[in-house]
Ligand binder design. Structure first.
Ligand SMILES: Nc1ncnc2c1ncn2[C@@H]1O[C@H](COP(=O)(O)OP(=O)(O)OP(=O)(O)O)[C@@H](O)[C@H]1O
Length: 613
């Protein structure tokens, strides 16, 4: 797979420090996109799936709103009753009311935060589950045409980046609008002149919250980009360590890594410098607001005939304090929407991708089969206009072993991919027991077709779990019997915990031969009528090689088997050998027949297979 690392600007092969990247780092991911109403509506349908939660969160928010709007007013009243009127009874009553108001605020805040987070998490989890289940149904071509990393990023990062919007954006925006309107109305009704003068700082606050927060957010996005470049480079450097060592590229790698590391630090410090501006600037603006309020307020206090009191000034100061948060959150909402536009566009793009191999609506189940396989004039193009195979015809009778041989790129794997229906042929038909595989469900086909690949994928878990992957219903005894049948039992028992040995890091501690034996056990447990096998080419020690050959005989017997063969011994025992060249079958027959012809197969054996005999 080609090395592709996400960057926002597409500036590929250089780091900021001016070093050349060993590979091209390419990016297709925009961080923000223009607002689109249709997309927004589609996104919000995920939120409206939880009406109960929305109503509960709004009720909690209402409690918050009441306290925010009436709290400062009550503080002012308590001060005025205590200072100027000396009415102890009123003072106690107002104080108790004020306390009750703050208690309500406390409870409401708690539930609001809890409920909005719950809503956000439910939406995110639902969306991620839908995306994963959709991606799982997509055809193999989808995964082969993009790096695994980009699928991962979409399922994790893009979905995560919607979290802010779903958790805070939706409910809070409604509350914030009401809070702002409420505060303005109350302040104007308490004292219109004082209210208008005090609100001089509101536009400054708004500008600050929109402009500065954008700059800060962008700076942190740049940091994340640098970090993901660093991560990707590191992952590649570790995975490719063998090649690095073989070509003694450590120094260049080190230099390149240091450049990236340095860039990351520079961007981090830059973002940090901007972030730490925010708090003090907010404090300073609030202080300016308070200064204006108190200067003008005290002037009014001294002017005879006005209704301004000390309590009113304190109440106004509190209202001013409550202004900031909603303004800043509303400022952020727009940013959140732009980020959500970019992420949701990519998510929807995946959700709207249809599998290229789709079951027909009337597709039936494939009944239990004998295992006859026919290819009738089968042609296939991965990319339009480039035929990978053309007019392939053959018939495999039940129980036969068919060996597919040919140079690299000749079309052998393509035939296997079509038989497993990872792709549908562009032309021609494939019949199993006389039924066109296009007319049956893929699941029912694959339950009777087993696949053993060269490099078996080992999942994290025990050896037992990994073999059982072939048949989840199998008992421990069945697993051991399967392993024994293909001669894998001996090496498994030799491992530290036998069948319970944990295989980590994709089984990297197992040798190629051991992995191949494990995959035989997995396949025999699944017991398919048709088997597709890509023989491992890696050099394997003679003893394991011997076990593999014996295991293979057991595995192949009694089923129709298609083997991309790399061992002469396997080829010799095949009932039919299909020789591929540039997408065509150029020769067919048994080993003896083909050797006698002294044609393509003969020279292939001379050149490629002899040493593996
Ligand atoms: N996913 C793909 N997308 C586009 N072209 C592909 C893809 N897979 C294979 N091809 C092309 O199709 C042709 C046949 O490839 P195929 O993998 O079937 O050959 P092969 O005989 O199995 O080779 P090998 O022995 O190296 O595995 C080649 O030209 C190859 O480049």
């Amino acid at each position: 797979m080609k090395a592709t690392i996400a960057t926002s600007d597409g500036t590929a092969p250089h780091t900021e420090a001016g070093l050349r990247a060993p590979f091209i780092y390419k990016d297709d991911e925009a961080l923000e996109k223009k607002f689109q109403l249709g997309q927004m509506k589609r996104l919000f349908r995920y939120v409206t799936n939880y009406p109960k939660l929305i109503v509960l969160a709004l009720i909690a928010t209402l409690g918050n709103l009441v306290a925010t709007l009436f709290g400062p007013y009550m503080v002012g009243k308590v001060i005025d009753t205590a200072i100027s009127q000396g009415d102890m009874h009123r003072l106690v009553m107002d104080s108790v009311f004020l306390l009750a108001l703050y208690l309500l605020n406390f409870v409401a805040s708690h539930y609001r935060i809890y409920l909005t987070n719950l809503l956000g998490q439910r939406v995110i989890q639902g969306l991620r589950a839908e995306l994963f289940s959709h991606v799982q149904r997509l055809s193999l071509g989808f995964f082969e045409s993009r790096p695994a990393g980009s699928v991962l990023v979409r399922i994790m990062n893009d979905v995560n980046s919607l979290q802010d919007l779903f958790t805070n954006g939706v409910i809070n925006s409604i509350t914030n609008v009401f809070t702002l309107i409420g505060i303005v109305v109350i302040m104007l009704s308490l004292n219109a002149r004082l209210a208008l003068v005090t609100m001089i700082i509101v536009p400054i606050m708004f500008l600050l919250s929109t402009r500065l927060t954008v700059t800060i957010r962008r700076a942190w996005q740049q940091v994340r980009i640098r970090l993901s470049r660093l991560n990707a480079h590191l992952a590649e450097a570790i995975q490719g360590m063998r090649v690095t060592e073989a070509y003694t590229r450590q120094d260049e790698n080190q230099e390149f890594f240091q450049g990236m590391n340095f860039d990351y630090m520079r961007y981090f410090l830059r973002a940090q410098r901007r972030s730490i501006l925010f708090g003090p600037l907010v404090d300073f603006t609030s202080a300016v607001g308070s200064a204006v309020l108190f200067l003008y307020g005290v002037h009014l206090l001294r002017t005879p005939g006005t209704t301004v009191t000390v309590g009113l000034l304190v109440a106004f100061a509190n209202y001013l304090g409550n202004f900031w948060q909603p303004i800043s959150q509303l400022g952020q909402l727009y940013n959140q929407l732009l980020v959500a536009m970019a992420s949701s566009e990519r998510i929807f793009q995946y959700l709207d991708t249809e599998p290229t191999v789709k079951d027909e609506p009337q597709a039936g189940r494939l009944p239990d089969i004998n295992g006859s396989v026919e290819f009738l004039d089968v042609t296939f193009e991965y990319e339009p206009g480039r035929k990978a195979i053309e007019d392939i015809d053959f018939h495999a009778k039940p129980g036969q072993t068919i060996a597919l041989v040919g140079h690299t790129g000749a079309g052998k794997s393509t035939v296997m991919n079509l038989l497993a229906r990872f792709y549908d042929p562009t032309g021609g038909r494939i019949l199993i027991d006389g039924t066109d595989i296009k007319t049956i469900t893929s699941n029912s086909l694959r339950s009777q077709v087993g696949i053993v690949l060269q490099d078996t994928f080992i999942f994290s878990g025990t050896i037992m779990d990994n073999i059982r992957y072939g048949n989840p219903q199998a008992s421990d005894e069945d697993v051991v019997a399967a392993a024994t049948a293909v001669y894998a039992d001996e090496f498994i028992r030799g491992l530290e915990d036998g069948y319970d040995t944990e295989v980590r890091e994709r089984g990297s501690r197992l040798s190629m031969g051991q992995r191949q034996l494990l995959s035989f056990a997995r396949a025999i447990l699944a017991d398919p009528r048709i088997l597709i096998l890509d023989e491992a080419t890696a050099s394997i020690d003679t003893y394991t090689e011997h076990l593999i050959q014996k295991g293979l005989q057991v595995l192949l017997s009694g089923r129709t088997a298609f083997v991309v063969a790399h061992r002469l011994s396997t080829i010799r025992e095949a009932d039919q050998i299909l020789v591929f060249d540039q997408g065509h079958i150029v020769e067919r027959g048994t080993h003896t027949e083909l050797m006698r012809q002294r044609g393509h197969y003969f020279s292939l054996v001379e050149a490629q297979y002899q040493f593996l005999a």
